[in-house]
Design a protein around this ligand. Structure first.
Ligand SMILES: N=c1c2ncn([C@@H]3O[C@H](COP(=O)(O)OP(=O)(O)OP(=O)(O)O)[C@@H](O)[C@H]3O)c2ncn1[C@@H]1O[C@H](COP(=O)(O)O)[C@@H](O)[C@H]1O
Length: 119
């Protein structure tokens, strides 16, 4: 059964808090020992490797979406979100930057926006 908007808001707030905490942990791993931390290992390998891993996780998520169960979609989505946050941190993008961009788009139809882009 679909969750009501109050429950959905609570879920989204919880997700935002988790992502914010995870982003803080990721930032704190900059300069940490790559032998002690997977995040530090990714940072030490540079943006090309981080981008490659993020792409792989995106592909694994869509493969799960079309051919696997809900649990696999959830697990691959968590991997993807983690790697996306590492990519943001590597490029100096804060969650607030993406939130602002989504807020700016909110209420504008995707089709309308596409039309403006092609004008
Ligand atoms: N959420 C995650 C998370 N999700 C996925 N992963 C790692 O992402 C990797 C993906 O697996 P792959 O098999 O694709 O990659 P791999 O073979 O290990 O790596 P490559 O050799 O391909 O580079 C696994 O090692 C996972 O453990 C994560 N690693 C860390 N976190 C979070 O980051 C925090 C900090 O972790 P550390 O930096 O390791 O302390 C942890 O407390 C977690 O909260």
């Amino acid at each position: 059964m679909a969750r009501d908007s109050g429950s959905r808001r609570k879920d989204v707030t919880e997700l935002a808090e988790i992502l914010d905490g995870l982003y803080g942990t990721i930032e704190a791993r900059k300069g940490a020992d790559p032998k002690e931390s997977y995040t530090a290992k990714l940072f030490s390998r540079g943006i090309d490797k981080i981008a490659q891993k993020t792409g792989e996780e995106a592909v694994e998520t869509v493969i799960a979406a079309v051919g696997q169960g809900r649990d696999e979609v959830v697990a691959e989505s968590a991997d993807l979100l983690y790697h996306l946050l590492v990519l943001w941190a590597a490029r100096g993008v804060a969650p607030a930057d993406v939130a602002a961009e989504l807020a700016r788009r909110h209420g504008t139809s995707g089709l309308e926006e596409k039309k403006k882009r092609n004008e």
